[in-house]
Design a protein. Structure first.
Length: 190
């Protein structure tokens, strides 16, 4: 589904993501994401890796899912969640290709990704979305439910299952190898 805002088309998508959805999006597309997503930062990714290396299972079925690189602030009274802005994605780059190969279809964060991550996105038809840094309080308004599902001892870095409604994102890296950051630089270089 596509909603029009001025001259810009905004695509509404829902989790879990399918290959058809990831193939329909290109770097630079604006999306409104709804459904369930999972928060995970550095410490949680390290535990994911250790668990998989030991032959264990992740705390959620990763197929078709989206991980948000975020460590939410505690919920103030009457709110579902506190501020929940994106963290720098490159810190998860050593873990991302392995998770993508297991079926992860999307990641949300800020900043550039490594060539290995971009290659895995292309190979496995996954996407990297950018969320606006510094807008954590506004992004929190899109969260309608939040529950810790794993690694509670990590505090704000625990894995949470968030239900989001129309979370505004940009496609940064698509399945075709396009990179919004590189395209932006190239556009202004001309």
């Amino acid at each position: 589904m596509t909603a029009k805002t001025g001259n810009d088309a905004i695509k509404k998508i829902e989790t879990p993501l399918s290959d058809a959805v990831t193939a329909s999006l290109k770097a630079g597309d604006k999306v409104l994401l709804s459904g369930f997503i999972y928060t995970a930062r550095d410490a949680a990714h390290k535990r994911f890796s250790e668990t998989l290396e030991a032959g264990g299972k992740l705390p959620f079925d990763i197929k078709g899912q989206v991980i948000y690189y975020c460590g939410p602030a505690p919920a103030p009274p009457g709110k579902v969640i506190g501020s929940c802005g994106p963290t720098t994605s490159s810190r998860m780059d050593s873990y991302a290709p392995g998770l993508i190969s297991l079926g992860l279809k999307g990641m949300i964060g800020k900043g550039k990704r490594s060539e290995a991550v971009k290659k895995a996105l292309k190979e496995h038809k996954s996407l990297y979305f950018g969320a606006t840094g510094g807008a954590g309080a506004l992004l929190a308004r899109t969260v309608v439910a939040a529950d810790v599902i794993a690694y509670e001892d990590l505090g704000p870095e625990a894995v949470m299952r968030l239900e989001v409604k129309d979370m505004p994102l940009f496609v940064i890296n698509d399945i075709f190898g396009n990179d919004l950051y590189e395209a932006g630089i190239e556009r202004y270089r001309r």
